[in-house]
Design a protein around this ligand. Structure first.
Ligand code: TRP
Length: 369
């Protein structure tokens, strides 16, 4: 039997999505959707995962669920081709996490590099919630619950997908056989270009983060994007236009590398054919930051203006958004329920629907007199 191609990915609803998400993952999703080379495609809002480090902040998650749903629709994910849903509304995902937790050791979780980094960044020591510590298990369940074969995500997610693969292999080794695997081992798909993998903040810090106020959001107005781009950190040694400049670690050039195309040059900055020529001029001296920022603003607007327009439509049709999510949750639940049934019967926790089990128990208690 030909294996189904199932794509699944998601985001924690802890704020609106920004251009770092777009470069690192969202753009890729739209491309995968347009290529159409899959049988099922799920994109979900990981609210349960968001709650693992946001107890006591329900309002933030509650609002972000809608913000992220709007962002999904705004980037062009088409609900007819992609199932959009909310994690907490598909109880099989939580159920599967409970069973999968028995296939992972604490020591393995402690070695997960992404988890380690997050625990450190949040300064969780004695305050580390059990739910946060075990979220890689729950994420493995998110993936395994749909027989996912491909997870398009940022590179930081690769330890999570690796963790899922390990769990799936253990489940299959113990409860299945090579001919009859129980769960499906997924692969990760990270964006190809190195510079897309993590976009720095507009202030030049390593990461875009809401708390640092250094993000450009997909939902920002044209004026907000303009103001953010024109106040971006660049090369502090490039004081005058004629000074030689540095393009590495210069967020303006990192953003350009992630977003601009040769067509953008032809259209807005025809004195260069491509980014290499522009960079060479900046490095030589003679190219001012304002010219670079103006170009970057035009490039970003080329991407963000259509997103903004679609977002405005959905903001005005929120009831349609709720209907889309509701239908997505139902479709996701149907799929997850089938996979969950398969796992439960492999784990022998299908007592009441398993006739052979019931017959065997009857035989044990059959009167011998
Ligand atoms: N960990 C992802 C993030 O932080 C969200 C997520 C939860 C996810 N479950 C997933 C991503 C399953 C891909 C597959 O954004």
């Amino acid at each position: 039997m030909e294996k189904k191609r199932v794509i699944l990915t998601g985001d924690r609803p802890t704020g609106k999505l920004h251009i770092g998400h777009y470069a690192g993952s969202l753009k890729n999703r739209v491309k995968l959707m347009e290529e159409g080379n899959y049988d099922e495609f799920y994109v979900f809002i990981a609210d349960c995962q968001a709650l693992t480090d946001n107890v006591g902040k329900p309002q933030k998650i509650e609002d972000s669920v809608v913000d992220v749903a709007l962002d999904y629709l705004a980037i062009g994910l088409d609900p007819a081709r992609v199932t959009l849903f909310i994690q907490s509304q598909v109880p099989q995902m939580a159920e599967m996490a409970l069973y999968l937790a028995n296939f992972v050791t604490v020591a393995t979780l402690e070695r997960n590099p992404t988890l380690k980094e997050e625990i450190k960044a949040r300064g969780m020591d004695a305050s580390l919630p059990v739910g946060f510590f075990t979220y890689p298990v729950s994420q493995a369940a998110d993936i395994a619950c749909f027989d996912t074969t491909l997870v398009p995500a940022g590179e930081d997610q690769s330890p999570m997908v690796e963790q899922c693969r390990e769990i799936v292999r253990r489940v299959n080794a113990i409860y299945g056989s090579p001919e009859h695997p129980i769960l499906v081992e997924p692969e990760i798909l990270v964006p190809k270009q190195e510079f897309c993998r993590r976009l720095p903040g507009t202030d030049g810090r390593a990461k875009m983060s809401k708390s640092l106020n250094n993000c450009i959001y997909l939902s920002d107005s044209s004026k907000e994007v303009h103001d953010k781009v024109f106040s971006m950190f660049t090369d502090p040694t490039h004081l005058r236009k004629d000074d030689p400049g540095h393009t590495e670690n210069n967020p303006v050039f990192i953003y350009l590398a992630a977003f601009c195309t040769d067509e953008d040059f032809a259209r807005y900055l025809p004195q260069y054919r491509n980014l290499d020529e522009m960079k060479a001029h900046y490095e030589r001296g003679g190219l001012g930051d304002v010219t670079c920022k103006k170009f970057l603003f035009q490039v970003l607007e080329g991407i963000l203006a259509p997103i903004r327009e679609r977002r405005a439509y959905w903001e005005n049709h929120l009831d349609e958004v709720f209907t889309i999510l509701n239908e997505g949750c139902k479709r996701a639940e149907r799929k997850a329920a089938g996979v969950m049934d398969r796992l439960k019967s492999a784990l022998k926790v299908d007592y009441l629907t398993n006739e052979a089990y019931k017959a065997a128990q009857r035989a044990r208690y059959e009167r011998k007199d």
